[in-house]
Design a protein around this ligand. Sequence first.
Ligand SMILES: *Cc1c(COP(=O)(O)O)cnc(C)c1O
Length: 515
Amino acid sequence: MRDTCLDTAEIEMALLSEGNEPAPEGGASVDLPPEAFRAAGYQAIDRLVDYYATLTDRPVFPATTPLDIEPLFDRPAPEQGEPLDAMLAEFSDLILPNSTLQGHPRFFSWVNGGGTQVGALAELLAAGLNPNLGGWRAAQAATVIENRTIRWIADLMGLAPTATGLFVSGGTMANTAALQMALRSTATWDIEAEGLQSPNRPRQLTVYMADHETHISLTKALDLLGLGRNALRKVPSNPDFTINTAALERMLDEDIASGMTPFCIVGHAGSINVGAIDDFAALARIARARGLWLHLDGACGALGAILPELHDAYRGIEEADSVSFDAHKWMGVPYECGCVMVKDPAVLRRAFKVTASYLHEDGDAALELYDYFDRGPQMSRGFRAMKVWMSLRHYGAEGYREFFRRTIDNARYAHQLVSDSDEWEVVQPEPRLFIYSFRYVGARHASPDDETLDQINARIADEMKRRQIALVMTTRIHGRVTQRLSIANHRTTRADIKATLDAMAAIGRELVAGS
Ligand SMILES: *Cc1c(COP(=O)(O)O)cnc(C)c1O
């Protein structure tokens, strides 16, 4: 082992001193000769050009599972290097045909973004430069770009001029970071030193959120922070699925009276099944009156605040202590990219500041504000901002408004088709965002019971996938199985929506006839 390590170090030294020159005899060069790198780069782009050109004609969901395709990749670890050509060919021949195509206009599952070409190019450039955005000394321009991009988005959303934040892996990390800030900001004991193990810590720290579809990312956040899942208190919601603020106030008073310690309210800026947007102004008032932190989980929908026509729906967003959104969902930026933003910039350091002799060369306070390791959960960090910065610049805020409006129009069109037919049941108000749930109930003359309809709805989604028409998924609303479309993809048209609902209804009819 020892010999191998020495050999590797020697090779690295040689590479460092010789730049692009071939490595000394017997060693492998890290860098390709410039012409070979250029040729491979063009080949990679050509393969992506083919992918986009054929995207709509490809099956959205390949009829394969990881178990099916494991044999295709079952090879020993490569002892000797392989030529790049072969691997690039495998992207087209092996990887693409065995991948669900999230960019496909009839991909309606989870809340996944369709991806942008500009974002893909930005990823390439970011990876090539390879800055580490843990601290600014390793990433000056990248750090400034990250700050600037978040500033732009905060302005477009109408957040406070002080608002700042950082990119993280996704909504789950953003919610976790927000809860960490909430804890650090509301704690009455030395939480930095003693954490949740302090004998002085109050009993039963609790978090509040609407009951109908609390996102599992909150469960993960409670797990990671050691708060325990019982810390989540589910508040009754209104018929339109927004949080019932009167019920929230009652619950807070009762919980405090019974010895609990509420510290955070989490509002929905676009809930996962129906895109509900809570009353932020009311939540801010309730939080402020009791000294609680208000976080808005906007992984799906906080970006809707950039639409002037939704201004009323997002009223009060600027009063929240923290807001999260996922650039890899509605914005279509390639995975991974979530964002957490805070109104008071000092809170980031209160929650995440660390020191070590090897991190700071000098103590310039003005410059330390640019170190992200002091202001977020990660140490080493990639240049996620590049793909958001380039996408936002390329399309412009107006471009994004147009994309968002198109997806909302598609959801509303689905609602119209559902409302106009007695085969469908409306289960939510007209959608404000791009998510829409509804239920197949069969025609009036042949309406099976609820359990049978649950099974039929589940089968419809399965058949849509099996027949390669569209990838739709089911969820449960008020305990019943419903269809759920997440139309976050900017390539989706009204024709895709019509074809999808027509096919679903036809399958429903087949199943009712056969049941
Ligand atoms: C997607 C989502 C999350 C989690 O985000 P990830 O990026 O998947 O970690 C949290 N909350 C809501 C409402 C979401 O839609």
